[in-house]
Design a protein around this ligand. Structure first.
Ligand code: ADP
Length: 398
């Protein structure tokens, strides 16, 4: 029984095919630059080499058709016929307050996802396009929506409300939603397995540091607070996003520099974060290279990045009245020992002690604290697609 995972963005479609029973990945790939020229499909069958096809791909319909062609390709495919796909799991960014778990897609679900396009204008529309095209090309099987926001629906009002006039929440649904939920949920589950303790008895802080960065307090398996907010702009410093700032800076910039709302939005989302501060790059690898060479602004960017993570860890330890383990994941969290070491440097008051050898080891999944450390620190590679496949499989069995 095979499950296809589709993550449909504005100009890209990523896909992965899993065997649902043993969770083996059979193939994966992506189609990028859809509709903007120099489009490219990359397809990797399990254990095989990457196949690339460069050709203009005008829209999502053509992109998903091409991906399916490669999945059944005689030489590079993973299955003989598309009838071997039993269900499709779709990543959907915003489920608003309607969805606290994954759901089988019906016309009611599509309507609800569409109603959230107002608050997720960059993500929900292409997610819906992916669903529409996949339903057309793979009819008669279950399509499931797995939401980035769903895991965070357990956050209490004391943490999700902003101190704004209450009718902005009631009428306009302005509140913290949180994102990266599938990743936080996956690594929390996996960390409990590694620690050999039931998730419902653990207080965890999951730290997702990639291009986008967010951090979540997971108490007894439920998200109780998270750093991203109404949009993915709030919280940690990211590759190009500022994270938390004083909101008054927005009006000051508009008045002083005569920037439009759109220009400020662009500045905070695309020109800030590691890129804005360092002036070098949004990529931690480039920034840290400069840090080692003594570049002052890159060093400042790194320090602000670390300080913000520390601030949230402290806050979430208080939120849960304790913490058993901290889990690092995503591009930076999984691959950059100096970031993990720097974050943990100020956490010794919790009884946390990093084992530098373990932190620097090449192992992908690991505990990096000493045997005696009261709070454990783990590195767990995220696998959002596998989590989507699991949730799709659960709903298939219902
Ligand atoms: P996304 O948030 O787009 O899913 P990833 O989780 O793949 O992205 O993270 C991408 C980021 O991870 C890159 O921009 C880079 O900053 C960082 N990264 C990836 N590999 C390394 C590495 N070896 N060392 C430090 N940072 C890394």
């Amino acid at each position: 029984m095979n499950i296809l995972i589709i993550n449909s963005g504005s100009s890209s479609v990523k896909y992965k095919l899993f065997n649902a029973k043993d969770e083996k990945e059979l193939a994966r790939g992506s189609v990028e630059r859809i509709g903007i020229g120099r489009s490219i499909l990359k397809h990797i069958p399990a254990g095989g080499v990457e196949i690339r096809l460069a050709r203009y791909i005008p829209d999502h319909d053509a992109a998903i058709r091409l991906a399916l062609d490669f999945l059944v390709h005689k030489e590079h495919g993973a299955i003989k016929d598309i009838s071997e796909i039993s269900a499709v799991g779709h990543r959907v960014v915003h489920g608003g307050e309607e969805f606290s778990s994954s759901v089988a897609i019906t016309s009611r679900v599509i309507k609800a996802v569409r109603s959230h396009c107002k608050i997720a204008p960059l993500h929900n529309p292409p997610n819906l396009t992916g669903i529409k095209v996949a339903q057309k090309l793979l009819p008669g099987i279950k399509h499931v929506a797995v939401f980035d926001t769903a895991f965070h629906q357990s956050i209490p009002p004391s943490a999700y409300l902003y101190a704004l006039p209450y009718n902005l929440y009631e009428k306009d649904k302005i509140r913290k939603y949180g994102f990266h939920g599938t990743s936080h949920k996956y690594v929390a589950f996996r960390a409990a397995e590694i620690l050999g303790k039931p998730l419902r008895k653990l207080k965890l802080i999951t730290v997702h540091l990639g291009n986008g960065c967010s951090i979540t307090a997971v108490e007894n398996g439920r998200s109780v607070n998270t750093s991203m907010g109404f949009t993915p702009l709030e919280g940690l410093v990211m590759g190009t996003r500022s994270g938390d700032i004083d909101p008054a800076i927005v009006f000051y910039l508009m008045a002083k520099r005569k920037l439009t709302a759109h220009e400020v939005d662009d500045l905070l989302n695309k020109k800030s974060g590691l890129l804005g501060m360092s002036g070098v790059s949004s990529d931690m690898r480039d920034v840290y290279k400069r840090v080692k060479r003594g570049d002052k602004r890159s060093k400042l960017a790194f320090e602000v990045f670390i300080n913000r993570v520390q601030k949230y860890i402290g806050s979430y330890a208080v939120d849960m009245n304790g913490v058993d383990a901290i889990i690092f994941t995503a591009g930076i969290g999984e691959n950059h020992p100096p970031t993990r070491a720097a974050v943990c440097r100020k956490l010794s008051f919790l009884g946390l002690a990093i084992d530098q050898k373990k932190n620097n080891s090449a192992k992908k999944e690991k505990v990096i604290t000493t045997g005696g450390s009261k709070v454990k620190v783990l590195v767990v590679p995220t696998n959002e697609e596998l989590m989507i496949a699991r949730e799709t499989y659960q709903l298939m069995k219902k």
